[in-house]
Design a protein around this ligand. Structure first.
Ligand SMILES: [Zn+2]
Length: 468
């Protein structure tokens, strides 16, 4: 029996233990956006560090982060072989109203083939597949086929501030020949997806102020400019009637989708009906001439995520009003240029009597995987072995700032191949993981580590120069 087959056999024999570990990991309410969970973040990081040592990684460190710790595990027993950075995150989105959950979000509930809990799919369940794979290799072969740098982020859901500044500073634990991330979905069980691109993002807040204080609506209404009404007009002006973005220069650097790619997506990507199913809307909406999948992957978007004002429904002319914007970018848009275009758009339309300010909270560039990267063939070989087929190559509409920055700053090829499913309800109530994906995902990781050892080396030895 070859070494990978041994490791797979071990992983199958220890599925119960993997599931127990995941159940324990899911009990930590690691909501990075909520400062009240700071202690939970630290406790979870400590537990993860202990678990990494238990699965056989000796070199484990918990680094203090800006909001939550970063946990790393390093294994360097293969001089001459490539170094693989495996990234996952242990923080989760807030639960939202508990009344929308059928069970406690932090006490996982098993129903049929699913495990329900916040973070079950995003990303605790997916990172657990890697831990099980590492353990299986170390327990059977006593070694890994590649050198490994495992990085577990506690701040992904808030934009990874610690790791992003670490990437820019050239932090040594992030040096690797290739990176692998499981924080995405498959088309359906047995149908793996290699994500070929992520959208970039700009988070911004437009604040308008008018009168010095909230004013009586009867005494002043109609006689002073209203920041809430002005805000509504500015926000409405972001799109034209068809749904196309009306900000001058916004589409300047957006690539057109090649005809061949559109044909391929029409066959391989989810249909409009599948894409919009979870939204339960009567009709799609957006830039004309594109499918729903194209709109959320190859086309940019400005999403108004919240509108608020100091009046809060009282009978006043509010002194202040604000809109939160989440802008999703595609190749080759740049966060800074887009932020400038947005501000120009608002500034020239600002009505008299109100002052405006646009604050950029965070930004990351879009990411595109080099189709010739050796990691692509490594993923396909591993997928053929485990799923009997190549991965379907599809772009994603999501953003993982750390991945974008790793690729932009360090020129690392990042393969995103995950074990979630489109109906996992990630970020929503009743999030769940389809457990067979955890176990097959473990086997994929086992196989992938082996494939990366040969594919990445082979290309380097052949001296193949790749397009960047
Ligand atoms: Zn995630």
């Amino acid at each position: 029996m070859d070494a990978a087959a041994e490791a797979v056999r071990h992983a199958r024999a220890h599925r119960g233990r993997t599931l127990d570990r995941l159940t324990r990991l899911l009990r930590y309410p690691t909501v990075s956006a909520d400062p009240r969970h700071a202690k939970d973040m630290s406790a979870c990081a400590t537990w993860l560090a202990r678990t990494l040592r238990r699965i056989g990684l000796a070199d484990v460190t918990v680094y203090r982060g800006r909001v939550a710790p970063v946990v790393t595990g390093v294994w360097q027993g293969r001089p001459g072989r490539p170094t693989v950075l495996v990234y996952g995150h242990y923080d989760v989105q807030p639960t939202g109203p508990l009344s929308a959950w059928a069970s406690d979000p932090f006490r996982s509930a098993r129903v049929g083939p699913h495990l329900y809990a916040r973070g079950a799919s995003d990303d605790k369940g997916q990172l657990m597949a890697h831990l099980a794979a590492i353990e299986a290799w170390l327990a059977t072969a006593g070694s890994l086929p590649v050198n490994l740098r495992l990085v577990l982020d506690g701040e992904e859901e808030i934009g990874s501030p610690t790791l992003i500044s670490a990437v820019s500073r050239g932090w040594p634990p992030l040096a690797a020949d290739v990176a692998f991330v499981s924080d995405t979905w498959m088309l359906r069980p047995g149908s793996p997806v290699l994500v070929t691109g992520l959208r970039g993002a700009v988070r911004a807040r437009l604040e308008l102020s008018g009168p010095a204080t909230d004013l009586h609506a009867g005494a002043f209404g109609g006689a002073v400019a209203n920041p809430a009404a002005a805000l509504a007009r500015l926000v409405a002006g972001l799109h034209d009637k068809t749904g196309r973005i009306a900000v001058a220069g916004f589409y300047d650097r957006v690539r057109t989708i090649a005809g061949k790619e559109r044909d391929r997506l029409a066959r391989a990507a989810p249909s409009d009906a599948v894409m919009l199913g979870p939204a339960q809307v009567t009709a799609g909406h957006g830039e004309p001439g594109f499918s729903a999948f194209e709109r959320v992957t190859h086309r940019p978007a400005i999403v108004v995520t919240n509108l608020s004002g100091s009046g809060q429904g009282r009978a006043v002319v509010p002194a202040r009003a604000a809109a939160d914007l989440n802008v999703r970018l595609v190749a080759d848009q740049e966060p800074a240029t887009v932020a400038q275009a947005l501000w120009r758009h608002f500034r020239v339309r600002m009505p008299p009597g109100v002052r405006g300010r646009l604050t950029i909270m965070a930004g990351c560039p879009p990411y595109t995987l080099d189709p010739c990267a050796p990691v692509v063939s490594a993923v396909n070989s591993a997928c053929r072995k485990v799923y009997g087929r190549d991965a379907v190559q599809l772009p994603s509409g999501g953003s993982i700032p750390f991945v974008s920055m790793l690729a932009a700053v360090r020129r690392t090829d990042v393969a995103l191949c995950g074990f979630g499913l489109p109906d996992d309800r990630v970020h929503s109530a009743n999030e769940r993981l389809y457990l067979p994906n955890l176990f097959h995902g473990t086997e994929l990781c086992i196989e992938l580590y082996r494939q990366l050892a040969t594919e990445v080396n082979r290309t380097d030895q052949a001296g193949v120069s790749r397009r960047r």
